[in-house]
Design a protein around this ligand. Sequence first.
Ligand code: KIV
Ligand code: ZN
Length: 389
Amino acid sequence: MTTKPQDRVLIFDTTLRDGEQSPGATMTHAEKLEIASLLDEMGVDIIEAGFPIASEGDFKAVSEIARQSQNAVICGLARAQLPDIDRCWEAVKHAKRPRIHTFIGTSPLHRAIPNLTMDEMADRIHETVSHARNLCDNVQWSPMDATRTEWDYLKRVVEIAIKAGATTINIPDTVGYTAPRESADLIRRLIEDVPGADEIVFATHCHNDLGMATANSLAAVEAGARQIECTINGLGERAGNTALEEVVMAMRVRNDIMPYETRIDSTKIMNISRRVAAVSGFAVQFNKAIVGKNAFAHESGIHQDGMLKNAETFEIMRPEDVGLAATNLVMGKHSGRAALRSKLEDLGYELGDNQLKDVFVRFKELADRKKEIYEEDLIALMRTATDPE
Ligand code: KIV
Ligand code: ZN
């Protein structure tokens, strides 16, 4: 089946910009280049490589990522100030397909910081987006804290940015405040009400403060957004950003109700997740969706028995689809006889029913003392079973 262009959702990864802004997640130059190349290989459409005005290091990283990337659009972030935008362009211009992403906080709380009136801010938006567009034909504009911006003002500034030449309008839920229905309504109303909206791409950029970033991003897509901004492992400030692996796999596994496609090679997910965890120093929680250690692991007897008979009993995705070799049947005190037999067979032991019964009793005794039973423990158990000396 071929994908209609309107069913394609662009994946914009900001692990190297918003992700790296998590306190303590700073990556070295070499690490950033490595992650960028993994993102490019996995099929990310746009890589936000950094914030070039923020530091010499960021400028250098964005410039080199722009030079090395083969497929993805390379984007840099810039505040709504002309020197920021110029610096950003200097860094991204080396890319085959560069993008400038410029933003300003439009909600009442954010407007108070530069102390601009609504009209002054509107003029600033026109000036900075036009300036960016004169440098680069791919310009993204974001009204930061869009979800807490007054509707009339949001509509007004989005229209100004489109008229000034923005090709993507990103709607950030900067503080993770919105909820799925509201996220969808906002995108739908902008598409319906803003002149020129049908000429550009709407993006959704969600933070996870209330644990709703994935749901809010998918709701925005259902309402017409065609770019999701996300990070590997959901890395990002405070409770993080939308997790790339979650939105990609949700649209794949539930394509029956979310018929959207991405270019992501999902078999590369596990590797990049592990690399991002290693270089950022942010370990992935065990029960994290898709990439957690336990996402494809089963310990209880009923689950293990079900998995041995038919993996679909307790798994909605195949581990291979996200780059894992196999489901992990963890041996512990909740495991049953079927899993023990299967594990022992994998280790080369063929047991009769009586022998299995005996080993199972001793396995349970051991499992009561030890949290997890490893292969070495099973081999030791079998040695004492066959050779009581
Ligand atoms: O969360 C946010 O508002 C941002 C913007 C800079 C897009 O990261
Ligand atoms: Zn953000």
